[in-house]
Design a binder for this molecule. Structure first.
Ligand SMILES: [Zn+2]
Length: 389
């Protein structure tokens, strides 16, 4: 049996989605520049792309390692989450806007997964939104300046941005709904509009409404997406959020979002369920999306941590995130993934010390207990946890 009683370096899986930066992660991790986009590096045990762990001379997928000794690796977390790691850590580097999307809550994920299974949509299919049964709350922690669109603006703000196109019948309809604060109906009307209605309104707004931040965002997006993509107008419905390094934003179930640019770390529940609304060439499931969106999601709160308490405030139990700038001991006994955000990070657990390069991550089994971290800026994802200086 394979027992993991020590922290071990993780080999993350590379995801080369077209929206990824050709430089950010490559520079950060000092990888060879090959001119190709590298959108995400995943550190975790999601069965579709588990990280690899060195075990003797072999590299073994982390989900297998965990299943060999769930108790030692997961500790008490096993009782609530079964034999799998409840969270996933990523490096995320959009160069172009990532598709406008929402993630389901757990009930929606259960139902959606069952429905697509019943309909016989294959797991790898482009028409598939639900690839597992889990919810996917997520948190983005900026490594460089990072921009995203997160949560709905107030109806009156959206109406203000649209007002310049009031002679356009489609805009008139949207304005009427927005002025009556019927946000969900306005959003639905937008996603169900004919492509020519969308592109006509986009063109009109770009001519008439220079200077409005939401319209300037649309203008920027037209460099990448065709003017009939409803995601262009949908972007006007969302708040522009700009994070400084170390700042974070939590995106709960149903909160619409589209990451726009920069380099960030992301921690989320162990799921890959995505329902897309636009800014994509991929499958858009409008009905699925509308039944998942939380129309009460307001402007996202920008979060940060203090040296006295390095843990971000997170409203779900699936994961915790600590951001350490100084040497610290984390007295947590859950499985953890530590990601080095600067060079020369040392992770000391029991008798072993691991040195991490920038952008490198380690898996720490629950059985290891307290962790001493020193030498640089480190993000530690785990479950629960308290801190000691
Ligand atoms: Zn997302």
């Amino acid at each position: 049996m394979m027992r993991t009683e020590q922290a071990a370096i993780l080999h993350g899986t590379h995801h080369r989605y077209a929206w990824g930066s050709t430089q950010s992660i490559q520079d950060f991790c000092e990888l060879e520049q090959d001119g190709l986009p590298l959108a995400e590096v995943w550190f975790g045990a999601h069965p579709s792309a588990p990280s690899l762990v060195a075990h003797g001379d072999e590299l073994v997928p982390l989900d297998h390692v965990i299943q060999e000794d769930p108790e030692g690796n997961l500790g008490e977390v096993q009782r609530a989450y079964g034999d799998s790691l409840p969270f996933l850590v990523k490096l995320l580097a959009p160069q172009q806007a990532v598709s406008l999307q929402v993630h389901p809550n757990r009930t929606q994920a259960e139902l959606g997964f069952a429905k697509e299974e019943q309909q016989g949509v294959p797991l790898g299919s482009a028409e598939r939104s639900f690839v597992d049964r889990n919810h996917k709350p997520e948190m983005v922690i900026a490594i460089t300046d990072f921009e995203g669109l997160v949560g709905f603006r107030h109806s009156s703000q959206i109406a203000e941005s649209l007002a310049g196109a009031h002679m356009n019948p489609f805009a008139q309809r949207l304005l009427e709904l927005l002025r009556e604060e019927r946000l969900s109906e306005a959003f639905a009307a937008l996603l169900r509009a004919e492509p020519h209605q969308v592109s006509y309104l986009v063109d009109e707004l770009l001519v008439n409404r220079a200077g409005d931040a939401a319209i300037e965002k649309v203008r920027q997006l037209t460099a990448t997406y065709p003017s009939q993509d409803p995601g262009l107008l949908a972007s006007m419905f969302l708040n522009i959020v700009r994070l400084k390094p170390g700042e974070a934003v939590f995106v709960g179930a149903g909160v619409p979002h589209s990451y726009q640019g920069g380099l960030a770390a992301e921690v989320m529940a162990n799921s890959d369920n995505v329902i897309r609304a636009g800014l994509t060439k991929k499958f858009v499931d409008v009905d699925g999306l509308l039944s998942t969106v939380d129309f009460d999601s307001a402007a996202a709160r920008v979060l940060s941590v203090h040296p006295a308490n390095p843990y971000f405030e997170i409203p779900v139990p699936d994961f915790s995130v600590a951001l350490l700038h100084n040497d610290a001991t984390l007295a947590q006994s859950s499985p953890r993934i530590a990601l080095a955000l600067s060079k020369g990070v040392r992770i000391q657990s029991g008798v072993t010390t691991l040195e991490l390069d920038r952008g490198q991550a380690a898996f720490v089994p629950a059985s290891v207990g307290a962790l001493r971290i020193s030498g640089g800026t480190t993000l530690v994802a785990g479950v629960g946890g308290t801190s000691k200086g």
